[in-house]
Design a protein around this ligand. Structure first.
Ligand code: SAM
Ligand code: SF4
Length: 322
């Protein structure tokens, strides 16, 4: 079993976009505020995790920037001694107004999710006409020094897979890393509704890039908690591309991640519905040692391999924390 090195903390299930592949055709119903962990509760879990050797925390959601005062949580997490990386994944819509404050609170870097560079497609995919705000958000992040900036692109067959080379050129022009992600077929209802189709596989994307730019040069992982992306330098253009391919290149054997959902459930594998409740124990006065024992218990139940489980995942990514 890999060591536990990374915790992804979802701070809300709410979102200001409606990406169909994430929320499904009907959207989702929101959790009540009292169901969601407070910042103090999240910080206690994070401290317990860091005490067990976790090096990296990522704040996610839903859309983390819609949670009021998220900068305060960043400051609480940044103060944990032993932590080496504190990042946040966002759709970028509110980032322009928040980048400076997040940096000042101690955030190191952001990943922006952006599936298309074309305004009309952006609206089709996310349900909102907000591409300009996302651009402004990325500029603000770069200006604030939230670096390195990364962009996550979920490739959707027939919708944005013809933009691969445009993203590679953007990576080179702005010295950012673009990571292509295979769309996972859940929540199951959404996947069925869209007919989901064959995922756009890493091998096809790589072939398309190499045909235009020549062979990609692998860049070694920086450390054990670098995440599951395989990263390459693009010859001749200075750009970097990464691939996160849970379907065609599963990374279960090196996955040292756990997720904390907005309502305080620990989830050791994205693709398994097994969860362990932390909110009850936290609110019943559990000690830090007891929280650590529960983290270890969830870790021990981590499945060895995920691929077969995806079909049964009903919870939307926005409610798990992607
Ligand atoms: N709202 C933020 C955002 O979009 O960056 C953070 C939460 S979102 C759930 C985190 C990541 O999960 C995004 O990059 C999104 O594209 C990805 N995601 C959501 N549903 C997915 C799916 N079915 N397959 C693959 N990636 C998915
Ligand atoms: Fe919202 Fe992120 Fe899900 Fe899109 S991917 S609906 S932005 S939580």
């Amino acid at each position: 079993m890999p060591s536990f090195h990374s915790l992804r903390v979802s701070v809300t299930d709410r979102c200001n976009l409606r990406c169909q592949y994430c929320m499904g055709p009907e959207g989702v119903s929101w959790m009540r505020p009292e169901e969601i962990l407070t910042f103090e509760e999240i910080a206690r879990v994070a401290a317990a995790a860091v005490g067990l050797g976790v090096k990296k925390l990522r704040i996610t959601g839903g859309e983390p920037l819609v949670r009021q005062g998220v900068e305060d949580l960043v400051a609480m997490l940044a103060a944990l001694s032993g932590l080496e990386d504190l990042a946040l994944t966002t759709n970028g819509v509110l980032l322009a107004g928040k980048a400076k404050g997040l940096k000042a609170a101690g955030l190191k870097r952001v990943t922006v999710s952006l599936d298309t560079l074309r305004p009309e497609r952006f609206e089709q995919i996310t349900g909102q006409d907000r591409l300009e705000q996302v651009w402004a958000g990325m500029e603000a992040a770069l200006a604030a020094g939230l670096a390195p900036l990364k962009i996550n692109v979920v490739l959707l067959r027939g919708q944005n897979d013809d933009e691969v080379l445009d993203f590679v050129r953007l990576a080179a022009a702005r010295r950012i890393e673009v990571r292509f992600i295979e769309r996972m077929p859940f929540p199951a209802k959404a996947a069925a509704h869209e007919g989901c189709g064959l995922p756009v596989r890493e091998s096809e994307v790589q072939a398309k890039i190499e045909q235009e730019f020549g062979p990609l040069r692998p860049i070694p992982r920086e450390n054990a908690w670098s995440g599951p992306a395989r990263v390459y330098a693009v010859p001749g253009n200075g750009g970097r591309v990464g691939f996160i391919s849970p379907l065609s290149e599963p990374f279960c054997e090196s996955c040292g991640r756990m997720r904390l959902t907005p309502e305080g459930k620990l989830r050791a594998c994205l693709a398994s519905e097994t969860e362990l409740d932390l909110k009850g124990p936290l609110r019943a006065g559990a000690s830090q040692e007891e929280i650590q024992a529960l983290l270890n218990q969830a870790l021990a139940a981590k499945p060895q391999q995920h691929a077969a489980h995806f079909a049964s995942v009903e919870r939307a990514m926005s409610r798990i924390g992607g």
